[in-house]
Design a protein around this ligand. Structure first.
Ligand code: BGC
Ligand code: CA
Length: 347
């Protein structure tokens, strides 16, 4: 530091006219929660500053309360992903469960009394299961599935990306099929582009998106992980206020920042866990990147080396922020039989 000051004096240049010699911001990576086997699908509810995430294989839905600093969970009957709060009732959670879409009323304290199945998914692939999902601006649910993944690897081509609305609960609309592991999901600020990941393809793809009709079209590749000196499969993804994509690398130990307009790799943030599963912007100012990780595929040795694998991490000082995530708008309450009627849009 001392030599830096001397340099300034010798140059006799006003200190405020010099470019900073060292960056003023460094990302800070904090372990937020205790590890679980496979944390996934973080979602932020900005109405009451709650972070939801799941522990897929154990059927657990977690709720981190930013203001209280508490973490609670419930256990459902089946593999669970994603969890997204509802537009008309913050305690009404819409979850992917096994091969279905379900609703659960949970206030974060009491045990939920009921899980209501709303729609069945992937009837032709009985060993497949739900994976990532998000709501779009209209409150439609986009939820994907993936083929069975066991010790011998993944059953390919048994995943589907669906769009679920009140009008199609009996037969959810197939958006993209076949896929291997349905992941990613983000919309740009103008809400005319949709970003998607089929993890084993190593690609991030973009579609034109029509918010009025919910249609996607004109697929093009934005980013190919294999063209970079990086490891891992692109997994969950979120987007910041500048339309840069923040992508988890499963098996890559990193979150990467991609310019969605040209696919440039802008930033790499290492995490102390190899299997990084997803990311979402949260916090009262939406400037904390919450990142989920997994320990389920690690060897015993890797688990010793990565004691925090399976935790949720909070990354701060990234110099950008996100936009509020959308909520699902399917039901007004757990016993709402009308689905779609009595709509009260969020202020
Ligand atoms: C899935 C995991 C899978 C991983 C591999 C995740 O999205 O939830 O089960 O192992 O992707 O890429
Ligand atoms: Ca995922």
């Amino acid at each position: 530091m001392a030599s830096t000051v001397i340099t300034f004096l010798a140059l006799a240049v006003p200190i405020w006219s010099l470019p900073p010699l060292i960056p003023t911001q460094y990302p800070g990576v904090y372990q937020l929660t205790e590890p679980v086997d496979h944390a996934e699908c973080p979602s932020w509810d900005d109405r009451n500053n709650i972070l939801y995430y799941v522990n897929i294989h154990d059927g657990q839905v977690y709720r981190y309360d930013y203001e209280q600093g508490t973490v609670n969970y419930i256990t459902l009957d089946g593999e669970v992903a994603p969890v997204i709060p509802s537009k008309r009732d913050p305690n009404l959670l819409i979850v992917g469960l096994g091969r279905s879409v379900a609703a659960v009323e949970w206030d974060g304290v009491s045990d939920p009394s009921e899980t209501r199945i709303l729609a069945a998914l992937a009837p032709d692939f009985p060993t497949s299961r739900v994976n990532d999902g998000k709501a779009d601006k209209q409150g439609r649910l986009w939820i994907g599935t993936m083929g069975y993944e066991g010790p011998d690897g993944l059953t390919p081509d048994e995943g589907i990306l669906y769009q679920v609305t009140c009008d199609n609960l009996d037969s959810p609309l197939v958006e993209i099929a076949p896929v291997n592991i349905s992941n990613g999901l983000a919309w740009n600020a103008a809400n005319d582009k949709f970003y998607y990941i089929d993890s084993p393809s190593f690609l991030i793809v973009e579609y034109s998106y029509n918010d009025e009709t919910g249609e996607i079209s004109d697929r093009r590749v934005v980013f190919d992980r294999t063209a970079h000196d990086l490891l891992g499969d692109p997994d969950g993804m979120t987007i910041d206020e500048d339309d840069n994509l923040w992508v988890a690398l499963y098996g890559g130990g990193r979150v990467i920042k991609i310019d969605s307009s040209n696919g440039d790799l802008l930033e790499i943030v290492p995490l102390p866990a190899l299997d990084v599963t997803s990311a979402i912007w949260g916090g009262p100012d939406l400037d904390i990147l919450y990142v989920t990780t997994s320990r389920v595929s690690l060897t015993d040795e890797q688990k010793l080396e990565q004691p925090a694998a399976g935790a949720v991490f909070a990354i701060v000082n990234l110099g950008t922020k996100g936009r509020p995530t959308f909520e699902v708008d399917l039901l007004g309450s757990i016993d709402d039989e009308t689905c779609g009627a009595k709509k009260v849009l969020r202020e």
